[in-house]
Design a protein around this ligand. Structure first.
Ligand SMILES: [Zn+2]
Ligand SMILES: [Zn+2]
Length: 316
């Protein structure tokens, strides 16, 4: 099968077809998309080598599966189901887990991918494949509301109007929050405004303007310190950024200001699919370009350019 392989550099190769192991099914990838995590992997994040990619929609082709022929999206954490963390409802933190295209599990930038059957969700009828491919990052956006309660009276600053920031902003809007989304890139702010989001260029944010909740989804190592500097005492900081080279932060200010820091990663797929199929979150304006699979290296080059949002890959 064709696959994009990372071993210090990216190359498009012919590799042996993926074989599902115990509990896994084989999926033919229809669409995939490039996430900031994939770009960080190129910088050495997680020390990953192999086939990257974790955002996809595909068709189950294992004929012995009850999902045979179904169009599915897939959760990225492959957990054991038996360890203490799995048994206490924390399977996304399983000690024995592999993570699709990120840690010990070949990813989706290939013709085929294998995932445990239990990780898969059939997409609702009528949902466009190009929207379904956003399920994983939207689930990550929704995860914030599984973790903390935000009152409508509290103001929220979202740092980063990128791929994830725009989904997070839409989820905050849905919840009736008093949010503002900031970004350095004017093009992204214009796009956000066009989508009806409450967005402003970062340059318009005064040094002493603060919020009760700050979300860092800049995808930049400096984002955490930026967000901390705009947080009220006893405020909540939600961290979404993961980078290959994190910045140091001064923990004293967390003690002095009694900040609450919440790390936030993967979320539930069903609510994400529900919002997408009802049209309550619209990811389509975030698509910058769709590349055919043989042009995937070009797609990666484009995805790293400033101002570019989601780059999709059409397999097949
Ligand atoms: Zn992702
Ligand atoms: Zn486990």
């Amino acid at each position: 099968m064709r696959a994009l392989v990372f071993d210090g550099t990216l190359s498009l190769c012919e590799v042996p077809k993926t074989k599902p192991i115990n509990g896994e099914v084989l999926i033919r990838v229809l669409y995939s998309s490039i996430c900031n995590t994939d770009i960080e992997i190129l910088q050495g994040y997680m020390g990953f080598n192999g086939i990257p990619g974790h955002e996809f929609v595909g068709e189950v082709i294992s004929s012995d599966s009850y999902l045979y022929g179904k169009i599915v999206v897939g959760e990225i954490n492959c957990s054991c189901g038996e360890c203490y963390l799995c048994q206490t409802g924390r399977s996304t933190h399983c000690n024995n887990r592999t993570v699709l295209g990120i840690d010990g599990h070949p990813g989706v930038f290939a013709d085929y991918v294998a995932l445990p059957e239990k990780n898969l969700h059939v997409i609702p009828e009528g949902l466009a494949l190009t929207s379904a491919v956003f399920t994983e990052p939207l689930a990550a956006a929704i995860e914030i509301f599984e973790q903390i309660q935000i009152k409508p009276s509290q103001n929220v600053f979202i740092f980063g109007a990128g791929k994830l920031g725009m989904l997070i902003s839409q989820v905050f809007r849905l919840n009736g929050c008093n949010y503002t989304t900031f970004d350095l890139n004017e093009g992204k702010i214009l796009k956000a405004l066009k989508m009806g989001l409450n967005a402003m260029p970062l340059s318009a944010l005064g040094g002493n303007q603060k919020a009760e909740v700050c979300v860092d989804c800049t995808g930049d190592s400096k984002g955490i310190n930026l967000a901390l500097s705009h947080l009220f005492p006893r405020g909540k900081l939600v961290l979404k950024t993961t980078v290959a080279n994190p910045e140091k932060i001064d923990l004293n200010q967390i003690v002095i200001n009694e900040f609450e820091i919440i790390g936030s990663r993967c979320g539930l797929f069903e609510p994400a699919l529900s919002l997408l199929s009802q049209g309550l979150v619209n990811p389509e304006p975030l698509i910058s370009k769709i590349f055919e699979f043989p042009k995937i290296i070009e797609a990666f080059a484009m995805a790293q350019k400033p101002g570019v949002l989601k780059v999709l890959i059409k397999h097949g």
